[in-house]
Design a protein around this ligand. Structure first.
Ligand code: NAP
Length: 492
């Protein structure tokens, strides 16, 4: 099979790694190497950060009005829309995500650029009603400088857009490091940023491995803001790295999100919500509803209906629009899923459906899996699988459901299925989660913040506040009196 060679984008140039080293990326549906990518190290990361730093200070970028920045972002959104089909195919080939999902994401992605572009010239400071005579004080939101964005493999372009669009709207420059397993679509996207007219160095992409390029970027002295999406153990490295440069940090980490079904829920809707939560995207979603909590009165009917729906999930080539579920993105991830299901069996949990690789398939596929786990302390209930595996538990009362829902160290998302809206609101108020969906699941919008608490991280992406999060407020004081400043040993 022929292989495609990709280059990085640094300072407006398409370049190889300084060392000349490369690595291969595999197609998860076949296991075959299909792309050759530059294996960047600390020297390449340094080159990219310096290019972004120079661009940040250049008149070509600093001299642009906020309105002009907004126009560039909107043009980029239009280019993404124009090239959406190609980008979706590229991403599916690289990370095995279903073409229906990548097409859907790409169809929506321009909204992130249009929304952030619209906000670029609406970032206002304020005049302060200051309590000092003869003083005038005001605030100005300022860009921070170079942003390092670290992206995982599950939704590369979506997770890049949700960082890059607000970062550029606020006037920063950026260096993106994709996962070594899913870089191709981001490199093609970077070429579109050039085409849109962003000055050289405003958008840079460095491919390679986390330990080398990732560490060098997140600890670089010229980086002022790190936006990280990935797992909690990598996040700990990133937190330590930013101790070196004091960069502002946001962490979008994993979850063990509860999808809670009450007796009065619409059964078909709740079953579809459960499938959408944990089997769509083969469960490789940070918000996967991987803990199903089901009220006793509906439990047996729910399990039967869910198993029937799961049996109709078509596992297949992610490039085939008829497929419902594709492979795991990496062989290592498949191994993690298998070992976590094995561990659940050893700990006494009962596999109700799935629990193995589908027979007769090359590639890194795993069946949609449902595990009855009546003990909340089991590993399968507490730890993120990042695969198509749901642990299902029964509860009697709303109070018990809340205790179970809040019973992990994660707090990213929750789904609530009920016709009783007072209960829906009550539960939404009390559940520990950064995102709560009532009678729906996995809804996203450029206007809606996402993010979690605890082991799910901190900071929010999406919405107006995300743009402000890429700024810092400057306070300016002006002495209006005609008198020269007096006694230097007292505070004004
Ligand atoms: P990961 O292993 O934590 O990797 C994430 C990124 O960090 C990759 O680009 C990785 O590079 C890089 N990296 C690794 N070590 C690093 C280091 N020492 N310093 C800096 N960067 C480093 O996560 P993943 O396996 O790719 O993705 C799965 C995780 O992401 C799951 O836990 C999932 O829940 C989470 N996630 C969260 C959200 C959200 O919005 N909350 C969304 C999607 C995914 P290499 O892989 O190339 O080495």
């Amino acid at each position: 099979m022929s292989q495609t060679h990709f280059k990085m984008l640094i300072g407006g140039q398409q370049v190889d790694a300084l060392s000349g080293r490369t690595y291969a990326s595999q197609n998860p549906a076949t296991g075959e190497a299909w792309a050759i990518l530059p294996d960047a190290d600390a020297a390449d990361a340094d080159r990219a950060v310096r290019a972004a730093h120079d661009a940040f200070r250049s008149p070509a970028w600093r001299g642009l009005t906020a309105t002009a920045r907004g126009k560039l972002l909107r043009r980029l959104g239009d280019l993404v829309a124009q090239h959406g089909e190609k980008l979706a195919e590229l991403e599916t080939r690289d990370n095995g995500k279903l073409i229906r999902e990548t097409r859907g994401q790409l169809a929506y992605l321009p909204e992130f650029f249009h929304y952030a572009g619209g906000l670029a010239d609406k970032l206002e400071g304020s005049t302060l009603p200051i309590d000092k005579a003869d003083m005038f004080a005001f605030t100005v939101p300022e860009p921070l400088g170079v942003v390092a964005a670290i992206i995982p493999w599950n939704s590369p372009l979506y997770l890049t857009a949700i960082k890059l669009a607000p970062a550029l709207a606020a006037g920063n420059t950026i260096v993106v490091k994709p996962s070594e397993h899913a870089s191709a679509s981001i490199l093609r996207f970077a070429a579109l940023a050039r085409e849109a007219g962003f000055p050289d160095g405003v958008v840079n992409v460095v491919t390679g491995f986390g330990a080398g390029a990732g560490t060098a970027l997140t600890s670089h002295p010229l980086v002022r803001r790190v936006a990280f999406t990935g797992g909690p153990s990598t996040a700990r490295h990133v937190i330590r790295a930013t101790a070196d440069n004091f960069a502002k940090l946001s962490l979008e980490l994993g979850g063990k999100s509860a999808n809670i079904v009450f007796d009065d829920a619409d059964l078909e809707g709740a079953v579809n919500g459960a499938v959408a939560g944990v089997y769509a995207a083969s469960g490789q979603s940070c918000v996967a509803g991987s803990r199903l909590l089901v009220q006793a009165g509906i439990y047996d009917r729910f399990v039967a209906a869910l198993k029937e729906r799961m049996a109709r999930i078509a596992i297949g080539d992610p490039l085939d629009p008829a497929s419902d579920m594709g492979p795991m993105a990496t062989e290592q991830q498949l191994g993690i899923v298998e070992s976590m299901v094995e561990r659940a069996r050893e700990q006494g949990a009962q596999v109700l459906a799935g629990g193995q690789r589908p027979a007769g398939r090359a590639g890194w596929f795993y069946e949609p899996t449902l595990i009855a786990a009546e003990t909340p302390t089991l590993d399968i209930v507490q730890n993120e699988v990042f695969g198509p595996v749901a642990a299902i538990m029964r509860f009697e009362t709303e109070a018990e459901a809340l205790e179970l829902a809040n019973g992990t160290e994660y707090a990213l998302a929750a789904g609530i299925w009920t016709r009783d809206m007072a209960r829906g609101h009550r539960f939404a108020r009390d559940v520990h989660a950064g995102i709560v969906w009532v009678n729906t699941y996995r809804a996203v919008s450029a206007m809606a913040p996402i993010g979690g608490y605890g082991a799910s991280g901190y900071g929010r992406e999406g919405g107006i506040h995300a743009v402000l999060d890429y700024t810092e407020l400057k306070t300016v004081w002006v002495n209006l009196s005609e008198q020269p400043m007096g006694d230097p040993f007292v505070m004004r």
